[in-house]
Design a protein around this ligand. Structure first.
Ligand SMILES: NC(=O)c1ccc[n+]([C@@H]2O[C@H](COP(=O)([O-])OP(=O)(O)OC[C@H]3O[C@@H](n4cnc5c(N)ncnc54)[C@H](OP(=O)(O)O)[C@@H]3O)[C@@H](O)[C@H]2O)c1
Length: 194
């Protein structure tokens, strides 16, 4: 298998059309995995609006522009999956990471709507909501309950693509857990650790 890379900067949305169209021009693409993102430093970024904006521009604005370019190219092909790495953090933003969480909430809503827009075109959009994954992004942080590995997320993602799922939680137990947490009264939710 040959792997080729091209330079891509989520923070430069004005370049996305040109960069990504060149990639699609080389041949049909079966799977687009939109997996870039930054966590930021919540407590520092609260006092540094431009740093907070960098998180939201990367995770949300960058995904909107690149996601739309990819969606259009996939629609033209008439097949393929667009897999978007959202997060449980977007399901209900917590005090400890609401800047990142809000960017993922926006991304998640965007991806769900895009899936509806592409319904019936042959293109499949799948939103993946992992919990705490042991990656460079979370290195040195206290693992949250139900923490998982990139390998386990990849397996869940592959199964989801094969059955053309709309949403994948990783691990799956996070689906019911988050549906409870989402409805927890705020005074209780605020008291949860982390
Ligand atoms: N780790 C978790 O607990 C967790 C949980 C839920 C969701 N997620 C999501 O999963 C995805 C992958 O994250 P990860 O955990 O694998 O973290 P990671 O190892 O830090 O990977 C983040 C990736 O985003 C890329 N990136 C950052 N800024 C970029 C920019 N401006 N332009 C282009 N690429 C950029 C990085 O590229 P470079 O290598 O060039 O820096 C890197 O490949 C992210 O969307 C993240 O929000 C992670």
């Amino acid at each position: 298998m040959t792997v080729r890379t091209v330079a891509f900067d989520a923070l430069a949305p004005e370049t996305h059309e040109e960069v990504l169209q060149k990639v699609f021009a080389e041949g049909d693409i079966d799977l687009v995995l939109l997996a870039f993102g930054v966590l930021g430093d919540q407590y520092a970024d609260e006092h540094d609006p431009m740093a907070a904006v960098r998180v939201t521009r990367t995770n949300y604005v960058g995904a909107v522009s690149s996601g739309l370019v990819c969606a259009q190219a996939l629609r033209t092909q008439g097949h393929g999956s667009l897999v978007v790495l959202s997060s449980v953090a977007g399901e209900r933003a917590r005090r400890a990471n609401f800047i990142y969480g809000s960017s993922k909430a926006g991304l998640d809503a965007f991806a769900q709507g895009l899936g509806d827009a592409l319904h019936g075109t042959g293109v499949h959009v799948m939103v993946v909501r992992p919990g705490f994954v042991h990656t460079r992004m979370t290195a040195g942080r206290q693992p949250a309950p139900l923490s998982t590995t990139p390998q386990a997320v990849a397996v869940a993602l592959e199964h989801g693509v094969r059955r053309r799922a709309r949403t994948v939680w990783a691990p799956p137990a996070l689906g019911p857990v988050m549906s409870v947490l989402r409805h927890l009264p705020r005074p209780l939710f605020r008291r949860l650790p982390g």
